[in-house]
Ligand binder design. Structure first.
Ligand SMILES: Nc1nc2c(ncn2[C@@H]2O[C@H](COP(=O)(O)OP(=O)(O)O)[C@@H](O)[C@H]2O)c(=O)[nH]1
Ligand SMILES: [Mg+2]
Length: 257
């Protein structure tokens, strides 16, 4: 008798899109929706610290039925919502999955530094986005997203000549740091590259449906401090609440929930 599919393969595939602010995450999600919306059923969850700017941008672009795009206001530095306490994002994903018959939910991180990645408790696979305008050396700097995300995107390759970056070299250096994991050179102005991104997502969806996709953890945040006088900390359980100053914002938060 064939085994019945596990509950995990019956729910929508969850894909995280992480990477520093401005590297092109919202644009990538818009392009994926445009490329794939006629073939698969999609929804989007965005994360912003204080606004729903990314969700409004995607709704205005008309890439999906506006009700399929939900904004989570994290109220704290973005890595908190995608790694330390994923409740708000998970609730938004589950509500969408209960409302629509979905194949994929795309989750955009609010944009953080090079060390923020999604918890495997929230997403099944994740891509990490760098852009050439951030400098050709960024891919060499490493970090869990760059080295171990399921896909690394080197974005805005159309800008490379204008910012004096060798995009091919950046891709080669990133590939060398990733131990065989894929790297994709992408530009909103190069339709072939957007099609390749869509194909990557469809491949991941096939492994999800076959029940053979195992979410992997790129690794936790690097130990860091949030202000003068505070000891370095990791984001593991048992940590006390602390204040922090990412992006100049200061507020208390707790990494141990
Ligand atoms: N030249 C160029 N600009 C891009 C590309 N992708 C995104 N952008 C621009 O980069 C800026 C930031 O993009 P956005 O998707 O909002 O980045 P996010 O902060 O990572 O979500 C916007 O002005 C986009 O129009 C690209 O492939 N080429
Ligand atoms: Mg965005």
């Amino acid at each position: 008798m064939p085994e019945s599919p596990s509950p995990t393969t019956q729910r929508a595939l969850r894909i995280g899109v992480a990477g520093p602010v401005g590297t092109g995450k919202t644009s990538i999600i818009g392009a994926l929706c445009r490329t794939l919306a006629e073939r698969i059923s999609l929804a989007v969850v965005t994360n912003d610290i204080y606004t729903d700017e990314d969700a409004r941008m995607l709704r205005a672009a008309g890439v999906l039925d506006p009700d399929r795009i939900r904004a989570v206001e994290t109220g704290a530095c973005p890595h908190t919502a995608i790694r330390d306490d994923v409740t708000a994002d998970l609730t938004a994903i589950e509500e969408l999955d209960a409302t629509y018959v979905l194949d994929v939910v795309l989750v955009e991180s609010g944009g953080d530094n090079l060390t923020a990645t999604f918890s495997p408790a929230l997403v099944d696979a994740q891509l990490f986005v760098l852009d050439v305008a951030g400098g050709g050396d960024v891919a060499r700097k490493g970090g869990p997203g760059i080295t171990r995300a399921d896909l690394l995107v080197i974005n805005k390759t159309d800008l490379a000549p204008h910012v004096g970056v060798d995009a091919d070299l950046m891709v080669a250096e990133a590939s060398a740091a990733r131990d065989g994991r894929p790297v994709l050179a992408l530009s909103q102005r190069q339709p072939d590259s957007l099609a390749a991104l869509g194909d990557w997502l469809l491949d991941v969806l096939s492994t999800h449906r076959a029940g053979v996709l195992v979410p992997s953890d790129p690794g936790p945040m690097a130990p860091h401090t949030h202000g003068p006088g505070e000891p370095a900390h990791t984001h593991g359980p048992g940590e006390p609440a602390h204040t922090q100053g990412h992006g100049g914002e200061r507020h208390a938060h707790d990494h141990a929930r």
